[in-house]
Design a protein around this ligand. Structure first.
Ligand code: KIV
Length: 265
């Protein structure tokens, strides 16, 4: 069982094989996700909501992310491990490099940050220092107050074109992976076909190179209403391990996400 690298993800994109990604915040869930065949495990700052109980990801600190990253790292053998840089910890080049350093030293193999043109400097600064970067466009939860809520992004020709241009510029700045959250299926398809780097969707339709879900949503244990784009894989499967395998299989066989988990233009 060989370790998943960014080169392997690139090969999967080229071969048209879908990439399965799940969030994890502790060693036990991470080990199950790894065993189920997840190619990537993301220590998302969604932990601020599903673990800490906040109503946004804004309160999460770099120290908390480093702690959870180190826990997850102990459970992972094969998957590529990505950790989120929290809110306002990459506002300039030197802050971005210092924050990325903490997460990489905690066990991350790539860091993720949210935003378009405003983070181009941070992307190039971190990747120039040798740490791989995953960009995140569309619904960027750290900007929830500026966006006016958790809403679909990229609707309308101008907004769609802006996202497409930003995706290309993030790639040019050094991003090696891209997450698209809550954007119309057609736009995600266009971005996935335009950029060379693998594109992972959440609420971005079936045409992305891979899919990511928050593990608590995928197991149906998040408090509140299930987001439209997620699916509870535990209901039809009798164990957490079986639910994770079913999710991986659904991603690989292109049966998740269905139209009911996706958004129109
Ligand atoms: O924080 C997170 O879990 C994420 C995923 C939803 C992509 O960013």
């Amino acid at each position: 069982m060989s370790q998943i690298t960014i080169t392997k993800l690139q090969q999967l994109k080229s071969a048209g094989e879908k990439i399965a990604v799940l969030t994890a915040y502790d060693a036990s869930i991470a080990a199950l996700a790894d065993d189920a065949g997840m190619e990537v495990i993301l220590v998302g700052d969604s932990l601020g909501m599903v673990v800490q109980g906040h109503d946004s990801t804004l309160p999460v600190t770099t120290e908390q992310m480093a702690y959870h990253t180190s826990c997850v790292a102990r459970g992972v053998v094969r998957a590529l491990l990505i950790a989120d840089l929290p809110f306002m910890t990459y506002a300039d080049r030197s802050q971005a490099v210092a924050s990325a350093k903490l997460l990489m030293q905690a066990g991350a193999q790539m860091v993720k940050l949210e935003g378009g043109d405003v983070v181009l400097d941070a992307v190039s600064a971190i990747s120039d220092q040798g740490a791989p970067v995953c960009a995140h466009l569309g619904l960027t939860p750290q900007s929830v107050h500026r966006l006016g809520g958790y809403r679909v992004q990229g609707r309308g020709a101008q907004a769609a074109d802006e996202l497409l241009q930003q995706a290309t510029r993030l790639q040019d700045a050094g991003a090696q992976l891209l997450v698209l959250e809550c954007i119309p299926t057609e736009l995600a398809q266009q971005i996935t076909a335009t950029v060379n780097i693998p594109v992972i969707g959440i609420g971005a339709g079936i045409h992305c190179d891979g899919q990511v879900l928050v593990c608590y949503d995928m197991l149906g244990i998040s408090k509140g209403k299930r987001p439209k784009f997620s699916k509870n894989f535990l209901t039809e499967n009798n164990s957490v391990a079986a639910a994770m395998s079913a999710y991986v299989q659904a991603v690989k066989e292109h049966t998740f996400p269905a139209d009911e988990h996706s958004f129109d233009s």
